[in-house]
Design a protein around this ligand. Structure first.
Ligand SMILES: Nc1ncnc2c1ncn2[C@@H]1O[C@H](COP(=O)(O)OP(=O)(O)OP(=O)(O)O)[C@@H](O)[C@H]1O
Ligand SMILES: [Mg+2]
Length: 269
């Protein structure tokens, strides 16, 4: 991909699905950790007032001084909102519940959809030399998610291997199309990743079949299994790769990172 090379800045990926609890945050955190393991530098942007990505990467609520809210609403410089994590080369811009009022506060701002886009293109960005920026979106197609899609090169869609999984995907695709038309013509779909996959469950198999039939090549080959270590890791404030490196969840996120990187290398070649 022509826009994936260091001199032109990081590849920015919005992790989005307006459905709640499908694995957005889990994917943002663990894919980030898996990319870092391959030697890349990654920034996670927590764009969800729930702040789950911040908690999952060890930034406790009380330690979140300046956050995504300040970056978007108050034009706070990038370097004041970036926090290091326990993991070298993995940083985060954390979020707090303050962010939930951004929608209303920004309503009259005519640049309201471009705030994250502009923030992530400050010249200070160059010094950090990120390879990837992963944006963890809230479970809604609101102004925050639109900001992520306007800022991003692509959207990565986690799809829970559960009943009604595909419901809502057409609405999400429609929003992506609208963002392309209005603001970001080059926005791509990075891919759809099946999460919480249970190979012993017929329903998971059915969801996979439906997804591959309907979305074809957009669906990543890698599936993320349902794995208790994945769900335990956030309470230890660590990605599963660092909490239990050999777990099936950690292995799956490594495979996803490899698949993601290889797609970009192939397109660039
Ligand atoms: N592969 C997995 N195996 C087991 N549990 C998982 C897995 N992926 C996610 N979970 C659990 O499912 C729940 C929802 O995941 P997560 O918070 O990542 O979803 P989300 O889409 O970010 O939710 P929200 O829409 O509220 O932001 C969490 O409790 C998480 O620990
Ligand atoms: Mg989340």
């Amino acid at each position: 991909m022509s826009d994936f090379s260091r001199p032109e800045g990081p590849r920015i990926i919005a992790v989005a699905n307006q459905k709640g609890g499908v694995g957005k945050t889990t994917t943002a955190i663990n894919l980030a950790a898996a990319l870092v393991e391959t030697g890349l530098r990654v920034l996670v942007v927590d764009l969800d007032p729930q702040g789950n990505a911040s908690t999952g990467l060890g930034i406790e609520a009380g330690d979140r001084g300046l956050t995504t809210y300040d970056l978007l609403v108050d034009d706070t410089p990038l370097e004041e909102v970036i926090y290091a994590t326990e993991i070298e080369d993995l940083c985060i811009i954390p979020a707090t519940v303050d962010l939930s009022s951004a929608d209303i506060e920004l309503f009259a701002n005519e640049k309201r959809s471009f705030l994250l886009h502009d923030a992530l293109r400050q010249t200070a960005m160059d010094e950090y030399d990120w390879d990837y920026v992963l944006i963890d979106c809230p479970p809604s197609l609101n102004l925050l998610t639109v900001n992520a899609m306007v800022a991003a090169h692509s959207v990565l869609i986690p799809l829970q291997s559960e009943f009604f999984a595909l419901e809502g995907v057409s609405q999400l695709m429609l929003t992506i199309r609208e963002v392309r038309q209005a603001a970001n013509p080059n926005l791509r779909i990075e891919g759809v990743v099946l999460t919480m996959f249970d190979r012993r469950n017929n329903l998971s198999q059915q969801v996979e079949q439906d997804a591959r039939e309907n979305l074809g090549e957009l669906v990543f080959k890698t599936k993320i299994p349902r794995n208790v270590r994945v769900s335990e890791a956030p309470s230890f404030a660590l990605p599963v790769l660092n909490y239990d490196s050999n777990s099936l969840g950690a292995q799956a996120y490594r495979a996803l990172a490899e698949e993601l990187i290889s797609v970009h290398q192939n397109v660039a070649a």
